[in-house]
Design a protein. Structure first.
Length: 252
């Protein structure tokens, strides 16, 4: 049975990834900083409370995985935070650093400790969660967009480094995903732009060819595909699951 670790896997996109891998017959191990959410995952999953920006905690998690599982077949480096919503001149350095720490450094640390396991196995996959903000930019979200652009560069580099060992690395760029996290983004952006929540929502939806937000399960299914043998020669790719963004900054 194949084994996957998913960071920030207790809720939202990460939880949907876990459920998709579970349906496909994988063993699932998740970590998350939210202890309450970790306690709510299915009982047959392995689960740890971990801050992905704390290298000591990340190293301990991978040591436990090596001891219990003897390795892994896939890593989904999914941890991320929205960061501040404000004009660049209004963003405090500490808020910039906190956003970059989770979105970029969290992915780096997960990859750092997963790589030796995957290289030793001579196969496997890294799936890193970026965002369409990492493809187009994102007004009033400079730290988030910068970090999500950076993880694309990180993942393409990992694809080059790990490819000779039979390990693939790809990026998923979710668009606007239905759920509590996006609702928070909508509320903050509405306040920053002097708009209503519904106006901001309509602007995002109208900026896609399919005129709709996506659901977390759509991201989960793509993660399973990229980790599977069906994608055995897919590496170094950036795949948007967004209904096709045709206008990344729609005006309403």
């Amino acid at each position: 049975m194949k084994r996957v670790l998913i960071t920030a896997g207790a809720s939202g996109i990460g939880r949907a990834m876990g459920e998709a891998f579970d349906r496909d017959g994988w063993q699932v191990w998740i970590c998350d900083v939210d202890a309450g959410a970790v306690a709510s995952v299915p009982g047959h999953w392995r689960a740890n409370v971990v801050d992905v920006t704390d290298e000591t905690s990340v190293a301990a998690l991978f040591a436990e995985i090596a001891s219990e599982w003897g390795g892994m077949d896939a890593l989904c480096a999914n941890a991320g935070v929205a960061g501040p919503t404000a004009a660049v001149e209004e963003i405090a350095l500490k808020d910039w650093q906190a956003c970059v720490a989770v979105n970029l450094e969290g992915a780096f640390l997960a990859a750092k400790y997963a790589a030796p396991m995957l290289k030793a196995a001579g196969r496997g996959a890294l799936v890193v969660t970026s965002s369409t903000a990492g493809q187009y930019g994102y007004p009033y979200r400079a730290p988030y967009a910068a970090a999500k652009w950076a993880v694309i560069g990180l993942t393409k580099t990992l694809a080059m480094e790990l490819g000779p060992f039979g390990v693939r690395a790809n990026v998923i760029c979710p668009g606007s995903v239905e759920g509590p996290r996006m609702e928070g983004v909508l509320a903050r952006e509405a306040a920053a732009k002097g708009m209503t929540r519904d106006e901001v929502y309509a602007g995002y939806a109208s900026g896609t060819a399919m005129g709709s937000f996506v659901e977390a399960r759509d991201i989960g299914e793509m993660a399973v595909f990229l980790a599977s043998d069906a994608a055995r020669f897919v590496s170094g790719q950036v795949i948007a699951v967004d209904g096709f963004t045709v206008n990344p900054d729609p005006k309403v």
